[in-house]
Design a protein around this ligand. Structure first.
Ligand SMILES: Cc1ncc(COP(=O)(O)O)c(C=O)c1O
Length: 368
């Protein structure tokens, strides 16, 4: 009997929305050196986390993870109720779950560009239309342009605050106002870089129930490899997202480590203060040299090196320092994003940057 498959009929195909998706492939290969390219914690997690990992028993690994007791602790840490929080496999999964919960094919999702890639990817995968609202040359948050794009089909607005790759932030009150004026849409305020900024839209969902705030343990806490974040929101809306989530989405090692990380707030405080100091120094250096940069509220700074961008990245790499080419992002031609770290690492960065700028003759690079 001739197989139906031999005729090429009924071949397995992905959904159209997935067929149309580009592959997102961050440049993770060959990351040897001082990693100032992915906005990670450059010193690593607290020693308490490593100590806890060393104590893991075979039984703990054998058991399915139980996230709810840890959710209670994280919620208490954030000053919110357990029903207002869902632990996720990083903010990446929080974005995915929000899209799965609220978007239907043909709905519209609004994002501000340039921004973090996963909003567009997760929204488009559902079959929703992703509409990009561009920022101006200063990367200021385009509140009125965003609102002018809202239609009855707008079901998601995703905003990184502070934004990646620009480091620019909007007043949380403005984002809450946007949520209030678009009640048919889930508004995600992604606070992945909260610790370096200090202002939050947390808890505002009690009055504005379509607002969600995401936090991660990947950045300041140094747990990016373990994959753990939190989606927070109104106590009646978060359970809807929970329905879509696997009960085992966060693994047991991440769960025990996050508890250890939360017990060592001093470690985070000290690290964040060094990052902020390094951010000021780097921005001062750019100012003095007339190199265009965008004042940042995160653990990185975006700067424009124009035609010298590739030479700068390569010369930094030759000195063992990895920085990230962001020139492919909207409005970021010639731009490089540089993550800050400990005081020592920031000093190493500045030394290398000065040498490289002398080497590639960038003294007069002003790309305004
Ligand atoms: C704005 C923003 N949100 C989320 C993430 C990813 O966070 P997580 O590691 O928790 O998935 C990143 C990582 O670069 C980011 O820049």
């Amino acid at each position: 009997m001739r197989s139906r498959f031999a005729r090429g009929l009924d071949m397995l195909e992905a959904r159209e929305s997935v067929r149309n998706l580009p592959t997102y492939h961050p440049p993770l290969g060959g990351r040897v050196g001082l990693r100032l390219d992915f906005n990670e914690n450059t010193l690593g997690c607290s020693p308490r986390v490593l100590a806890r990992l060393r104590e893991i028993t075979a039984e703990e690994v054998a058991c399915y993870p139980d996230r709810e007791p840890v959710e209670a602790v994280v919620a208490r840490h954030l000053g919110i109720d357990s029903q207002e929080l869902l632990l996720t496999n990083g903010v990446d999964e929080a974005i995915h779950l929000l899209c799965e919960t609220f978007l239907e094919p043909g709905d519209e999702a609004l994002i501000v560009v340039p921004t973090f890639a996963m909003y567009g990817i997760s929204a488009a995968a559902t079959g929703a239309r992703v509409l990009s609202v561009p920022t101006d040359a200063e990367f200021r948050f385009p509140a009125s342009d965003l609102l002018s794009q809202v239609t009855p089909r707008t079901r998601l607005i995703a905003i990184a605050n502070p934004n990646n790759p620009t480091g620019c932030a909007a007043e949380p009150a403005i984002l809450v106002e946007i949520a209030r004026s678009v009640p048919q849409a889930a508004i995600l305020v992604d606070e992945a870089y909260f610790e370096f900024y200090g202002h939050t839209a947390l808890r505002q969902w009690r009055n504005v129930p379509n607002l969600f705030v995401a936090r991660t343990f990947s950045k300041a806490y140094g747990l990016a490899g373990l994959r753990i974040g939190a989606l927070t929101g109104n106590a009646e809306r978060v359970p809807l997202v929970r329905r879509v989530s696997s009960p085992y989405n966060v693994n047991s090692l991440a769960l025990v480590c996050v508890l250890a990380a939360l017990e060592d707030e001093n470690y985070i405080r000290h690290y964040v203060s060094q990052v902020r100091e390094g951010r000021n120094e780097l921005q001062r250096e750019f100012s003095q040299r007339g190199i265009r940069y965008w004042p940042s509220e995160a653990n990185f700074v975006l700067a424009s090196f124009g035609p010298l961008k590739t030479a700068l990245i390569q010369s930094m790499r030759a000195r063992g320092i990895l920085v990230r080419d962001r020139s492919g992002d909207h409005g970021c031609e010639g731009c490089v994003r540089i993550t800050l770290g400990s005081a020592e690492q920031n000093a190493q960065l500045l030394r290398a940057l000065r040498e490289v700028l002398a080497e590639i003759g960038a003294k007069g690079v002003v790309v305004k």
